[in-house]
Design a binder for this molecule. Structure first.
Ligand code: FE
Ligand code: CA
Length: 514
């Protein structure tokens, strides 16, 4: 990182310290030469009576400042039972401030539970696209079914976000995004399908422009408008494989990474439909949180990046040695781990679902001399904490733990055991891993036969190396995962179909052919 680039990033981060004081007044709305709602609308983090509605003013989203004058601007919002806005439930105004990139986050409360709504925004004489969103069922309410989509890893240069077109047709109630929503790399590093703008991103403006570029994908924007999303990040929202304040890149100091992280976290907040409780404070941001869908599902959404210890063994692929088993290694950090355990104990939901980032199944890659090696960036580098979590699931009789994972750009299913390499032990949880939306290009149906994988990794139950997402249909009896795959992402018109279905039955951890 050059000193000049770092200096720019630092001054930008200072200039952007949010100051949402009551004295701040909105100037009369400026005239916009182009559509200020070019980045669309989104919603997220619903509970049983409220939901976050999001937009951002940016008539010229790919230039610093987005083409908006540096002043606070009043934006009107409406939420309605019908898409013609004849049955408006609530309306109001919100300030889009330059400090937060003219993003708008409003959270209407007192909405009816378990209901769908339409919403839109207005500024000057412009009206946004109409978004559709929903609330969760009342706390503890008896619920018959829930459909969720699970996505991760969308490298803009390596492929189109075509998979979201079929996801929209599938009409899930909620979308979970498990990270690598953007990639931070310089233009041209990853592919030629579409080019990132500019060098590796560091400053607030860099991150804002990068997110705007990603959100310009029409399929991604349309899916954000279709239903609420619950998002969490992985590494590429900041810097490849960073661990808390440690960069994986050589020669980057803790201070440099934290300055960059403050910029990255702020823009993540600006661009995502997150509650104000996630507003960052410098390089810190509270992203782990819970969501409930009646008595059917409790989601414990994790952040395995911000609080982790540095990857052991120099963050490579290694055997499960003493460094990987060091009990001091943590992905969650003590506070989040206690929060998770506490929430798992209190939950009365039929399914306890952990949307998170890195692979929990202990899965070895066969090396040239035949000894399996394991990714130290995944739970395999944090084996003691993994075992602690598995024992907690088993000993405390946590109801139906389901782990949802991204990161690896491949569809997998895993039976999770206290020690995955000892197949004689009982299965205590099930992991469904989603492939990427676009990262890695078209991919292939399989890297090898399922029997090959099972020989080294007894917990593996499914494998597919194409692009796509998971579509999960959850009922009191069965957790069903449809593995959706796209035939190609390098050209328009890719076709998304169901490659396989696996199920977990209530009371019986593990994935079965559906
Ligand atoms: Fe990725
Ligand atoms: Ca990743």
């Amino acid at each position: 990182m050059t000193t000049r680039r770092l200096f720019l990033a630092y001054t930008a981060s200072l200039a952007a310290i949010p100051s949402l004081g009551r004295g701040q007044s909105a100037s009369s709305s400026p005239k916009f030469q182009a559509n200020p709602f070019s980045l669309g609308v989104a919603s997220g983090d619903p509970d049983h009576h409220s939901v976050v509605l999001w937009t951002k003013l940016a008539p010229e989203p790919l230039i610093p400042g987005g083409g908006v004058p540096p002043q606070a601007i009043e934006v009107t919002w409406e939420i309605s039972l019908d898409d013609q806005f004849k049955k408006i439930l609530q309306k109001g105004t919100a300030l889009a401030t330059p400090q937060l990139g003219h993003s708008v986050h409003v959270t209407p409360e007192g909405l009816p539970a378990d209901s769908w709504f339409f919403y839109r925004f207005q500024v000057a004489d412009h009206t946004s696209a109409v978004g559709r969103t929903r609330t969760m069922p009342a706390e503890g309410a008896k619920v018959d079914s829930l459909k969720i989509a699970v996505a991760s890893c969308q490298n803009f240069e390596q492929g189109l976000f075509t998979a979201y077109a079929q996801m929209k047709v599938d009409a899930p109630d909620l979308v979970f995004h498990l990270g690598d929503y953007i990639y931070e790399y310089a233009s041209g590093r990853n592919g030629k399908i579409r080019a990132h703008l500019g060098p590796e991103i560091l400053s607030l403006h860099d991150y804002r422009i990068r997110y705007a570029q990603y959100r310009s994908d029409p399929h991604l924007a349309a899916m954000h408008a279709a239903c609420p999303w619950l998002v969490t990040w992985d590494d590429h929202e900041v810097d490849n494989n960073y661990a808390d304040a440690v960069s994986e890149q050589k020669g980057v100091s803790v201070t440099e990474l934290l300055i960059r992280r403050a910029n990255a976290y702020q823009v993540y907040y600006e661009m995502m439909p997150l509650r104000e409780s996630s507003l960052p404070y410098g390089p810190r941001m509270d992203l782990y949180r819970r969501a409930s869908f009646g008595n059917l599902a409790e989601f414990h959404i994790l952040d395995t990046r911000q609080y982790r210890t540095d990857q052991p063994n120099g963050d490579g692929r290694d055997p499960l040695n003493d460094a990987a088993r060091n009990p001091k290694n943590t992905l969650l950090g003590e506070t989040q781990r206690n929060w998770l355990f506490n929430g798992l104990l209190k939950s009365h939901a039929t399914w306890n679902i952990l949307p998170q980032q890195v692979m929990m199944g202990t899965q070895g890659h066969l090396s040239k001399n035949g000894d399996p090696k394991y990714s130290m960036d995944s739970w395999s580098g944090y084996l003691a904490e993994r075992e602690c979590l598995m024992r907690f699931f088993a000993d405390r009789k946590v109801l139906n733990p389901i782990v949802l994972t991204g990161d690896v750009h491949v569809h997998w299913a895993h039976d999770l055991r206290i020690d995955d390499l000892k197949p004689e032990g009982p299965v205590v949880a099930t992991e469904y891993v989603t492939t990427s939306i676009s990262s890695g290009g078209n991919g292939v149906d399989a890297w090898g036969s399922i029997d090959q994988f099972k020989a080294a990794n007894p917990g593996v139950k499914y494998h597919n190396a194409r692009r796509g997402y998971l579509l999960c249909t959850i009922t009191p009896e069965v957790y069903r995962t449809d593995y959706m795959t796209v035939d190609q992402v390098t050209k328009e018109g890719g076709i998304t179909t169901k490659a396989a279905t696996l199920v977990t039955e209530n009371g019986y951890p593990g994935a079965l052919a559906g």
